[in-house]
Design a protein around this ligand. Structure first.
Ligand SMILES: [Zn+2]
Ligand SMILES: [Zn+2]
Length: 135
């Protein structure tokens, strides 16, 4: 699937042409804090089709937990993607930075046990306390 996205200031641009493996709303503490929101809408894609097409120098990585790097635009702060040392074959995109619509929709909620108490999930998607089992 073809996905293109960019940060708010437009410096960083990316494209993903590989497989989409999962689309999940993650409610974990790390996602809430680093996205400043109730949850992170996260699209897991295969890393072989992913590339930064502009502004690679502006991307800054923050290691939010050992081996997990969250990349954001150093100019505007938009969270762009995460990469895990232990899983180099995947990249996790932040769906809010996608340009235009997607042919896919979120499939599930994950890390619901860490959800913000003030946020109620009001859809019928499956809710997993932590990680969802692999497909
Ligand atoms: Zn930016
Ligand atoms: Zn998370």
């Amino acid at each position: 699937m073809n996905i293109t996205g960019s940060c708010h200031c437009g410096t960083v641009r990316y494209e993903s042409t590989g497989k989409v493996l999962r689309f999940a709303n993650c409610h974990c503490d790390d996602c809430r804090k680093t996205n400043g929101s109730a949850y992170s809408a996260a699209i897991v894609v295969s890393s072989d089709g992913f590339r930064i097409t502009a502004g690679e120098n502006a991307l800054t990585a923050y290691e939010s937990s050992p081996g997990k790097h969250r990349c954001f635009c150093s100019r505007c702060g938009s969270p762009i993607c995460s990469r895990m040392k232990a899983k180099p074959e995947i990249v996790i995109l932040r769906a809010g930075t996608v340009d235009g619509d997607l042919a896919i929709r979120p499939e599930m909620h994950i890390f619901v046990k860490a959800k913000a108490p003030w946020y109620d999930i009001r859809d019928d998607l499956p809710q997993h306390p932590e990680w969802a089992p692999p497909k």
